[in-house]
Design a binder for this molecule. Structure first.
Ligand code: GAP
Length: 516
């Protein structure tokens, strides 16, 4: 099945099984805004807990905060977002549609790549085992022409973006004869800068109201609380402050479901260190964060680092952790060495002294910062993409199963009486009542047991417990494993000990701790 089709299936599975709904669905949705349903919210909360606990419980020098979304407007002047948090946009006069100029050009580069890949695939088929891709690319005239065009475009694009030369970006769009996908025309406006921050007003009267922003990142809430936390927590360098919360960006191009949203959630940790030690900490946090991802068991080959060549003016190193989505390797998390830029800027704009007194050296300085920043929704999407599987069974049927890591699954145990009579529902409830304090359980009695197993597979429940007539006499149930579909007889009394390590966050965290 083409990856595009797989992705479409995942999106519709998310809706059909209560994971993600379009926002305001009965009004036909709102672009790039989504709601999490009854299963989605559980999975999302488990992802957040896995992150939070790995930061705050596993590190005795990391504490958490929960800052307000509304912040003093000067915060965003100091951080640079008012002046520089922009995307270059362009409109098509015929379709009246708005696009990001950089995305139009990147799509064009991708088209050259696709053509090259097509030629390579055809040749591979023709030559079989003897095929030498490098040689083919350096000798085939058609492919060489496409590579040369792509490289020239890439170079022109990088120069224009680095200089934020809006005229040059428009000229590239014209020269490449890029058309609007809706109208099919090249009737483009000039390229303009578009600030991604949402504005609103505080204050009850129009005169007295002042403009404030919905935060575009949670990080600034940590920076402005650095002094509060350091002093009240008597924190010693190095130490970190972690936060999970909503962020808002008026994205022009909203694509790929919950990958790029206008309202989303971030899990960010700012780690304050002594100047001069930051690159060492940057390397350590890259490894620590990659281990956190790999611990979920999605396969090491599905991750890669993308080290940034072009750095933001305040950074001295930056790298993304990319995950293989059905639409290619994509950024899920960023790790940035942000120097002392943010704290210094806030010191300048607030007039406060934002420093650290080092008792070891008896000197005061502005700490440097390593940031780890991951989008909850992108993480959710990567978990969904990896877990969604369609399996051909021996009887010829296809089973749709979400092979979620058990600790992240919305429901851990489904408790199923074989029939709706003979005291089996009562016994099932009794078992559920004894387990529900430890595990998220679901009771289901409707339909055949086979159908109920399939429904649980589709929402990723790792274990089903079937209560049958023998249970009433022998105190045992049938435990069915989602992945292997194997069933075993287990004593009810043994269930907690048997399942705890397999489905709990504690088990997952212990494995991470051992891996670090
Ligand atoms: N404080 C640093 C910062 O915000 P970023 O690279 O802009 O850095 C960090 O964002 C992470 O937030 C990204 O790696 C991504 O996972 C998530 N993210 C950013 N924009 C997003 C959007 N529009 N929709 C969903 N997630 C987004």
């Amino acid at each position: 099945m083409a990856q595009e089709d797989v992705f479409k299936k995942i999106v519709s599975h998310c809706k059909e099984y209560g994971f993600v709904f379009p926002s305001s669905d009965i009004y036909d949705g709102l672009g790039a805004v989504y709601d999490y349903g009854q299963n989605g919210v559980e999975l999302k909360n488990n992802i957040k807990q896995y992150w939070w606990q790995s930061m705050v419980l596993l590190h005795d020098n990391i504490v958490g905060i929960d800052a307000a979304i509304f912040m003093h407007p000067t915060v965003w002047k100091a951080s640079g977002h008012v002046d520089a948090f922009n995307d270059p946009l362009i409109d098509n006069r015929d379709s009246k549609k708005r696009y990001r100029a950089d995305v139009l050009i990147e799509d064009q580069i991708a088209k050259y790549d696709e053509k090259i890949e097509k030629e390579v695939a055809k040749a591979r088929k023709r030559f079989g085992d003897a095929f030498d891709e490098a040689q083919f690319k350096s000798t085939n005239a058609r492919v060489m022409e496409q590579i040369a065009k792509r490289d020239a475009l890439h170079e022109r694009y990088s120069v224009a973006m680095n200089a934020m030369d809006l005229d040059a970006l428009k000229q590239i769009i014209l020269d490449e004869e890029i058309v609007c996908p809706i109208s099919g025309t090249r009737n483009w406006t000039d390229v303009r800068q578009f600030n991604l921050m949402f504005k609103t007003e505080v204050g009850s009267t129009a005169d007295g109201a002042s403009t404030i922003y919905l935060r575009p990142e949670t990080a600034q809430g940590i920076f402005v609380n650095y002094l509060n936390v350091q002093k009240t927590g008597r924190m010693k360098l190095p130490f970190g402050i972690a936060q999970i919360g909503k962020a808002f960006r008026n994205e022009i191009v909203a694509r790929q479901f919950i990958f790029r949203m206008r309202e989303f959630e971030q899990m960010e940790m700012q780690f304050f260190v002594k100047p001069g030690t930051e690159l060492d900490w940057f390397r350590r946090w890259k490894e620590t964060r990659l281990a956190w991802h790999k611990n979920l068991g999605f396969g090491d080959e599905n991750y890669r680092f993308h080290d940034h060549e072009k750095l933001a003016h305040y950074a001295n190193a930056a790298s993304d952790i990319e995950f293989r989505m059905p639409f290619g390797f994509k950024e899920v998390e960023g790790i940035h060495s942000r120097t002392n830029f943010d704290l210094s800027q806030h010191a300048k704009y607030s007039g406060r002294k934002i420093e650290y007194f080092d008792p070891e050296t008896n000197e005061s300085y502005t700490p440097y910062v390593i940031e780890t920043s991951i989008g909850v929704d992108r993480m959710f999407l990567s978990v969904m993409c990896h877990s969604y599987q369609e399996e051909k069974l021996e009887n010829g049927e296809t089973r749709v199963v979400l092979k979620l890591p058990a600790a992240l699954a919305p429901v851990k145990l489904a408790i199923l009486p074989l029939v709706k009579k003979d005291g089996l529902p009562e016994k099932a409830y009794e078992i559920m009542n004894s387990l529900k304090f430890r595990f998220n359980c679901m009771y289901e009695e409707k339909d055949s047991i086979g159908k109920r197993y399939r429904r649980q597979d589709a929402i990723g429940t790792p274990y089903c417990i079937t209560v049958d007539h023998d249970t009433l006499n022998d105190g045992c149930v049938t435990l069915r494993d989602r992945d292997t579909m194997k069933q075993e007889r287990v004593a009810i009394a043994d269930l907690p000990a048997l399942l705890e390590d397999k489905v709990s966050l504690t088990g997952l965290l212990k494995r991470l701790h051992d891996a670090l």
